[in-house]
Design a protein around this ligand. Structure first.
Ligand code: ATP
Ligand code: MG
Length: 392
């Protein structure tokens, strides 16, 4: 019996003239990911993307899981292919459907007939196939209002398909459909989650990581690249630009009031990130900040940070509790890596009493003690890029 994968996408975002553009994006993304699982034909028809193995060696299970990680796809189902006649459909239902219904109590059949030349109408197909399911699965009954599972029969142009139930896809919008964003990626829990959340909305990610060698180690950087690799499973390849803040931090410690270190450093980070965003065509910065989480994330501190740049700053974690962020990081598999204990540049010279209600004027007084632009330019010269390839 031949099995195929059916992917459905969110109808709402795909309305009108954009539909084809989005569909092509999804197909391209699926084709890219399919390479690791064998040879597949991927095509679309009637608001569904079909993934069909072209030989027996293809790994359907692997492809199924890979399809569930593609943003823009809302549900993914497996279906068996049948000839377009009721005998064959009934035979396939008997063989294929029972394993999907194990442990469930109720079902209903939904038939769809886009080939109107098929001799039975959808009501008739549903009735007949309902009977076949009742015969072949013990203990199951029909519930048309709240079934545990829907058995689907679709009569399409090129064949008929039967399936039982579908799985949630990654949701969101196709990668690249909403521009490019520069993620400020630390080794913590929050920023990988922030990147994932914007990627889910269709933003193609580019990343910047600030290091402070020798105060931060090579391993700390490796950890960040590992995190980028995990985010890339969803977001696709990510270029991670590495910039050194060592000199800036040393100058801050020598010249400025300790209570302001973190705030000043964050203004440097944002400014450098803004310049990189311009260089790499990114329309926004993305950070993992959450209001009130730490001293530099009070409303006033965020105001002081934002004041350093003119580009939009997206903070998708802003209203989430730590526990909620952790939950997402577990779901996307970054949590275990994030909690590995390596130092971050923000933690190497932390003030004992950071300002939690900073006044911008006082921050600027501190900032003016150094040649801000020169230090920014010097940091930008230290930039080099690591290419993190997605492994799907
Ligand atoms: P995270 O868990 O993401 O590290 P956090 O709660 O530890 O966040 P901070 O360390 O104050 O908070 O950082 C806030 C945000 O600033 C991070 O989410 C990240 O976007 C950015 N950031 C912090 N450190 C770095 C760094 N070394 N390189 C790049 N971005 C950073
Ligand atoms: Mg951090």
């Amino acid at each position: 019996m031949k099995e195929i994968i059916l992917c459905k996408y969110g109808e709402i975002v795909l309305k009108g003239a954009n539909k084809k553009y989005f569909e092509d994006m999804l197909c391209r993304e699926l084709k890219k990911r399919a390479k690791a699982y064998g040879s597949f034909d991927i095509y679309r028809a009637q608001s569904t993307i079909y993934i069909e193995a072209t030989d027996d060696t293809a790994d359907i299970d692997g492809m199924f899981e890979a399809a569930r990680k593609v943003f823009g796809i809302v549900t993914v189902a497996r279906a068996a292919v049948c000839e377009k006649n009721m005998e064959d459909i009934a035979k396939v239902v008997r063989e294929y459907i029972p394993s999907f219904l194990k442990g469930l109590h109720t079902f209903k059949v939904e038939a769809k007939r886009s080939d109107k030349s098929f001799p039975l109408d959808s009501m008739e197909i549903s009735r007949e196939i309902g009977g076949v399911v009742l015969e072949s699965c013990r203990g199951i009954r029909v519930d048309v209002h709240h079934p545990d599972v829907i058995v689907k029969v679709e009569i399409r142009e090129f064949g008929a398909y039967v399936s039982a139930g579908s799985f949630k896809g990654a949701g969101g919008m196709p990668i690249g459909s909403n521009g490019r964003g520069l993620l400020l990626l630390s080794g913590g829990i929050d920023s990988p989650v922030a990147g994932y959340m914007l990627a889910k909305r269709g933003v193609k990610l580019e990343a910047v990581h600030f290091e402070s060698f020798p105060y931060t180690s090579e391993r700390a950087k490796e950890k960040v690249l590992d995190l980028a690799k995990l985010v890339a499973v969803y977001a696709g390849d990510i270029k991670v630009h590495i910039v050194s803040l060592t000199h800036i931090q040393e100058e801050l410690v020598k010249n400025c009031e300790e209570d302001y270190f973190t705030l000043l450093l964050r203004r440097y980070m944002m400014t450098i990130a803004e310049k990189l965003a311009e260089k790499y065509n990114c329309g926004a910065l993305i950070t993992g900040e959450s209001v009130g989480q730490v001293a530099s994330q009070t409303m006033q501190a965020i105001g002081v940070t934002d004041n350093a740049v003119n580009i939009p700053v997206f903070r998708p974690c802003i209203g989430l509790d730590k526990e909620e962020i952790v939950q997402i990081s577990r779901q996307i598999n970054t949590f275990e890596t994030s909690i590995l204990p390596y130092e971050d540049c923000c933690t190497v010279f932390t003030p004992r009493h950071p300002k939690t209600r900073p006044e911008l004027e006082k921050v600027l007084v501190q900032e003016r003690k150094l040649d801000f632009d020169a230090l920014v330019n010097e940091a930008l010269e230290s930039e080099y890029t690591e290419y993190v390839e997605a492994e799907y």
